[in-house]
Ligand binder design. Sequence first.
Ligand SMILES: Cc1cc2nc3c(=O)[nH]c(=O)nc-3n(C[C@H](O)[C@H](O)[C@H](O)COP(=O)(O)OP(=O)(O)OC[C@H]3O[C@@H](n4cnc5c(N)ncnc54)[C@H](O)[C@@H]3O)c2cc1C
Length: 448
Amino acid sequence: MRVAIIGAGIVGTSIARELSHYSVEIHVFEKNEDVGMGTSKANTGIIHAGFDDPPGTLRAKYCARGNALWHQWVKELNIPAAWRGEIVVALSDNDLKTLEDLRRRGIENGVDVEIWDAEKVKKEEPNLTKSAKGALYAPTGGVIESFMASIAVMENAVANGAHFHFNEPVIHLEEFSEGIKIKTPREDYIFDLVINAAGLYADSIAKKMGFDFKITPRKGEYLLFKKNTINLNYIIFPAPTKISKGVVVENTPAGNLMIGPNAQNISSKEDLSTTQDGLEYVYSFAKKIVPGIPPRRDSIKQFAGLRAEPEGGDFIITTDGEFWNVAGIRSPGLTAAPAIAEDIVNKIANELDLKPKERFINYRKPYPVGGKIICECEAVSEMEIREAVRRGAATVEAVQRRTRAGMGTCQATFCLARVMKIISEERNIPFEKVEFKKGAPVVIEKLR
Ligand SMILES: Cc1cc2nc3c(=O)[nH]c(=O)nc-3n(C[C@H](O)[C@H](O)[C@H](O)COP(=O)(O)OP(=O)(O)OC[C@H]3O[C@@H](n4cnc5c(N)ncnc54)[C@H](O)[C@@H]3O)c2cc1C
């Protein structure tokens, strides 16, 4: 039995991990040079409790279960996480009504929630504006390092036998007498089962197999500040609107202050630019909720991510038996990914009577720490970087995403050359051939 998964975001990698419990041959095709380079690379990283998705939707079903699974997966796979709990803050009487609606939804979705009055919320989170009128509190919410999540899940799937084909976009697929034929620039393959987890491009893949839906990009911009500028007790949300959960103020698992995103419908699926207007909106919104955030100029990084918005608003999970669409996985897709994977793999295993392997490796070893300190801002050692390269990181960006080398206050000014030297030694390539990311020489990327 041969299965192909198209797309190595958090959804594709999670499906590969779940499927690797069974004796099947798994091939994941990814057009980029690494996992999690699409939507899964740039998001808020929140493992939502699951109180705000409309009851009865797939989003609600998979969010609450996904939250429970992530509590287990971060331990098994050594993914940095901070389980601080979420609060949704009311700034007006109208917002207080929204909190009541959210509470009811939370209860219907089976999520643990409670309402705090103004006095309690100010005591619990002293960084909040004095005009906070109350909050909804969900203790099971947390935040994980989202880029590390796809990497860790992929490494574990590989340890259990899955094959990842990087830089290998699927350019065509069609029904064939012996299965589904997949064409890439490298080869033609035949598979018994194909799972479309191609994120923003899942609509084009689906169309080739006769499914018709549309995915549109919705941009979200962020500002990241250095560690310990503000230490928050909770992940802080405003009351949500119809199109977005609103601008979040949070500490990442590493302790950086992160604020964002906004929500802007755009036409290009590749436009990851940040804009003055977008970032100003994010900053002023966050400042209203947490007045003590540092000045905007203290931000060490700005970035944007693109949500894959499905028509109709809910996840699109459909199948004709041999071909599955796992598409339109908008927020809370990071949270939902393990639960989506669990559910569809259970269905496939039952349908095809798949046999579980005798031995499944459920853990992932962290990178060993030792030797010289290479990145001083993040205290990353030489052994961590060498191990990251040995496990597949081929570029400076791939090393950053695995070890955090270059992600600190100086944003790689001091450690860049040292990281490049280790990559050149480990991969046996000339120093000047080390790339920032595939096809992007370091100097060009730094000028961007
Ligand atoms: C601004 C923002 C904030 C968010 N915040 C949160 C949050 O806090 N919590 C939460 O739960 N969710 C959040 N989300 C949602 C979450 O990030 C997504 O639901 C999730 O990352 C989707 O994962 P995916 O695997 O479906 O897509 P992707 O990560 O985009 O993966 C799809 C992959 O398919 C590949 N691909 C595409 N076409 C092809 C092809 N032809 N051949 C081979 N490969 C192909 C792409 O390169 C990509 O790597 C947020 C999203 C955004 C944008």
